[in-house]
Design a protein around this ligand. Structure first.
Ligand SMILES: Nc1ncnc2c1ncn2[C@@H]1O[C@H](COP(=O)(O)OP(=O)(O)OP(=O)(O)O)[C@@H](O)[C@H]1O
Ligand code: NI
Length: 316
């Protein structure tokens, strides 16, 4: 399984304006690997994930390529461009089977009138899975008796774990987890990240979207840092967490409670009015005149004055 995304761009038409939610995003995630996508609220992370699954509303315009290839069963699943695949192919072959999605705010995706178990069992049956609901739920630390609750009887954290289990029902080769630990306390965050790591080790590819850099550090091989619709730095997780090169990546790290805990000053730009040049320049202590022009992505960083040189050439 490998997903290779090139130039993914998504905009939404709204009355009187265009929202540029994702601009020219390129990255890849391979089997046995976890990529964490991080960035402030509203920068385009969920839209990026939804674009890959064909889940965007009608006012969205999508361009670029997202090639999915399944190394395990190439005969069943030759290379497929997710962005040009038909809605029918995405529904019947991709969602749930090739790619599992753990949606953000999972409680809103559960049907109110049926128990968590009924919904998980339905997913298992629909996808022809032999796993048991109890087994899947237990993997994420959900007690079997909690599966018999109705959605309104589930805490946010329980609903999160039900959604995590449902995403795995079809044993997908790629799992996209959009904030899979929201509402969970630290031990459950760690457990969830450990499960995601196991899923990688078992040979799946995992794309995890998170605000929680500490959680990302636990699971990710690679990190992609997104700012105002663009990826601004992509690289090996350990390196990026230790020595960020983009000033925004450095600021995001410094804002973590277990680090300096100093927020980045200012606000990100509106996605309806993105500047021509570097979108981070107005908040950047290092900005120069050069930042009025958009910095190209080079060796994993898109900045005219990265904080340090790349330790490795990209692709190494
Ligand atoms: N259907 C839509 N029409 C117009 N704008 C949209 C639509 N869907 C999303 N957006 C906008 O796209 C931008 C990116 O949203 P997205 O949900 O991807 O952010 P995010 O990075 O996932 O943030 P969070 O961390 O808060 O989940 C936001 O400004 C949002 O308002
Ligand atoms: Ni989101």
């Amino acid at each position: 399984m490998k997903l290779e995304v090139n130039g993914l761009t998504v905009s939404f038409s709204i009355p009187g304006a265009t929202v540029r939610a994702v601009t020219d995003a390129s990255f890849s995630v391979r089997q046995g690997e976890c990529l964490a996508l991080v960035g402030e609220s509203g920068c385009g992370k969920s839209v990026l994930a939804h674009a890959l699954l064909g889940l965007l509303p009608g006012n969205a315009r999508v361009s670029g390529q997202a090639m999915l290839s399944s190394a395990l069963s190439p005969e069943l699943s030759p290379e497929l461009d997710l962005l040009s695949a038909s809605p029918a192919v995405l529904a019947s072959r991709v969602r749930g089977r090739e790619i599992g999605l753990i949606p953000q705010s999972p409680a809103t995706h559960l049907t109110p009138v049926r128990t968590a178990r009924a919904q998980l069992e339905e997913a298992l049956e629909e996808l022809g899975s032999t796993s048991s609901a109890t087994e899947l739920a237990e993997r994420f630390g959900l007690a079997p008796r909690d599966l018999d609750r109705y959605p309104h009887e589930l805490s946010g954290g329980m609903a999160q774990r039900v959604a995590n289990a449902i995403a795995l029902a079809g044993d997908p080769g790629l799992l996209i987890a959009d904030e899979p630990t929201s509402g969970l306390d630290r031990p459950l965050v760690e457990r969830t990240m450990a499960v995601l790591r196991e899923l990688c080790e078992e040979g799946r590819a995992v794309l995890v979207i998170t605000h929680d850099l500490r959680a990302a550090a636990q699971v990710a091989d690679h990190l992609a840092v997104m700012y105002a619709s663009r990826l601004v730095e992509v690289g090996p997780a350990a390196e990026l967490l230790d020595r960020p090169r983009h000033p925004y990546a450095a600021g995001l790290l410094a804002a973590q409670p277990d680090r300096e805990f100093v927020a980045i000053q200012g606000m990100p730009p509106e996605l309806t009015a993105l500047p021509e040049g570097c979108a981070f320049a107005p908040r950047c202590a290092h900005a120069t005149g050069a930042c009025a022009a958009r910095p190209p992505m080079s060796a994993g960083v898109s900045c005219h004055h990265p904080l340090r040189e790349a330790a490795h050439a990209q692709g190494a």
